[in-house]
Design a binder for this molecule. Structure first.
Ligand code: GDP
Ligand code: MG
Length: 172
């Protein structure tokens, strides 16, 4: 069987400061930047992932600070095959914002869009405000994949992006 080549657009959503840019940089560059300004972020990355029978090129769209206004231009997620909605496990407020983004996706985006809910900063467990089980339950009810990640320690970061790539290979 030949190799299948796929290209898919992935968008990151979630409150400012939850670690969207850090997750992308951890995945793409293998690094964590401690004092990164939350408004500074290259907005676009391309990463090629080799799977068993396919090669998936992910076009990753990161916001460059627009998320503070709560409403990203619809063109931001238009045509996206996958979305990652990020909250910070140390911020209940950011979990509330994540739920709002998910509602917005359910209203506006294609119902076929693959969506993952991600609780980032899992290394800061001692400051945790969002219960793991509660978030997992919410994800299940809304048919979302769920991960707790840390851009700092790299926990679950490759797993997240490979899960997306595998799903793209199956469905695109
Ligand atoms: P964004 O606004 O969602 O893009 O968030 P950033 O990626 O800019 O991260 C905001 C701040 O949180 C930065 O100071 C990061 O260094 C920090 N940060 C991001 N991810 C993690 C993480 O997994 N663990 C910890 N401890 N800090 C993180
Ligand atoms: Mg950012």
């Amino acid at each position: 069987m030949g190799t299948k080549n796929i290209q898919a657009k992935l968008v990151l959503l979630g409150d400012m400061g939850t670690g969207k840019t850090s997750l992308v940089l951890r995945f793409v560059k293998g690094k964590f930047f401690d004092y990164q300004e939350s408004t500074i972020g290259a907005a676009f990355f391309t990463e090629v992932l080799s799977l068993d029978e396919s090669i998936v090129k992910l076009d990753i769209w990161d916001t460059a600070g627009q998320e503070r206004y709560q409403s990203l231009a619809p063109m931001y997620y238009r045509g996206a095959a996958a979305a990652v909605v990020v909250y910070d496990i140390t911020s209940m407020e950011s979990f509330g914002k994540a739920k709002r983004w998910i509602q917005e996706l359910q209203r506006q985006a294609s119902p076929r869009m693959f969506t993952a809910l991600v609780g980032n900063k899992a290394d800061l467990d001692e400051k945790r405000e969002v219960d793991n089980e509660e978030a997992e339950e919410y994800a299940k009810e809304n048919e979302l994949k769920f991960f707790e990640t840390s851009a700092k320690t790299a926990q679950n970061v490759n797993e997240l992006f490979y899960e997306i790539a595998k799903t793209m290979a199956r469905t695109c």
